[in-house]
Design a protein. Structure first.
Length: 299
């Protein structure tokens, strides 16, 4: 075989390889690849865009309230929200959804951000108010979604699947976190697998960072009935469900704590990991009726 013919065959082989690589990359982009690919029409049709970074406002890209289907890269989880800057209802998604009408999310998504996965992209750890779950009234994360960012002492027992958006959660089959309880740190597509389908009556976060906090006696906080840590102090080192305490400032001695205006962790609640000189800055009205430690502070 002549050297010219051999060179021609080599060039032809290289061209075929490059063509196959280009086809594979194009298919990967169409199927989502690394990141999330959104489509303005159902069944992954119409205008599309692939994102690898957080997008706090889809309006600037002409995609606000226009997404009807999506595909998420393998091993990744993304949070989609109905308002800009991750406000309003939010849900954590993975895999793909060909028709968002089926779970009431069609044409309402305004912001998206990565939760976990994506190779070189580190997971975004849940902190503060990013402790949350989404309960669905159908299996496989379908039906009506309801977000919870803190403890809920009484639920309607309609949940059939749950997305764990951030943190470690306890789900119980009786109100006020009684009865049979299950600890979850991963999403469950059918709560029947943990014997809780249509049985969840209360739920609460019990940890962050992928582990349940160890039992400890050194958690404590001090509530003051005046701002700037003045007035009468009251110390607490354990969960309290009904204290009816005047509180206008708080010292966090150790741990991360949830403070609620209502009994049994109801009403307005706030999660704190540092002292606050004036609780009005956290939208608390001066009355704390329940509190509890959530997780030990990292040392």
């Amino acid at each position: 075989m002549s050297s010219k013919r051999l060179l021609l065959l080599c060039l032809l082989a290289i061209a075929v390889i490059l063509s196959l690589i280009g086809l594979s990359l194009a298919q990967q982009r169409q199927m989502g690849g690394i990141g999330i690919t959104v489509f303005v029409d159902r069944n992954f049709r119409g205008k599309s865009a692939t994102f690898r970074d957080d997008v706090p406002d889809l309006a600037r890209l002409g995609l606000n309230d226009r997404i009807s289907s999506f595909r998420v890269g393998p091993g990744e989880k993304w949070e989609v929200c109905e308002h800009a800057n991750y406000q309003g209802r939010c849900v954590v998604v993975s895999g793909e959804e060909s028709d968002l009408r089926r779970n009431a999310w069609n044409d309402i998504i305004s912001s998206i951000r990565r939760v976990s996965g994506g190779g070189v992209f580190p997971p975004r750890p849940p902190i503060g108010n990013e402790l949350y779950i989404v309960l669905f009234d159908q299996t496989m994360f379908r039906g009506n979604p309801t977000n919870f960012y803190g403890a809920v002492a009484s639920l309607n027992r309609r949940a059939q699947s749950v997305t764990i958006g951030g943190g470690v959660w306890e789900l119980c089959d009786n109100t006020n976190f009684r009865g049979r309880c299950v600890t979850l740190q991963q999403s469950v597509s059918d709560l029947a697998s943990v014997n809780l389908r249509n049985r969840v009556a209360s739920a609460r976060p019990i940890g962050v960072g992928g582990s349940v906090p160890p039992s400890t006696s050194d958690w404590y906080l001090v509530l003051f009935d005046q701002t700037n840590f003045r007035g009468n102090p009251r110390n607490f080192n354990r969960q309290e469900t009904n204290i009816n305490c005047t509180a206008r400032s708080v010292t966090i001695g150790s741990g991360v704590w949830e403070l609620c205006e209502g009994r049994n962790f109801s009403g307005t609640c706030v999660t704190l990991d540092q002292s606050v000189a004036d609780l009005r800055t956290r939208n608390m009205n001066g009355r704390i009726s329940s509190l509890r430690p959530l997780v030990r502070q990292p040392r």
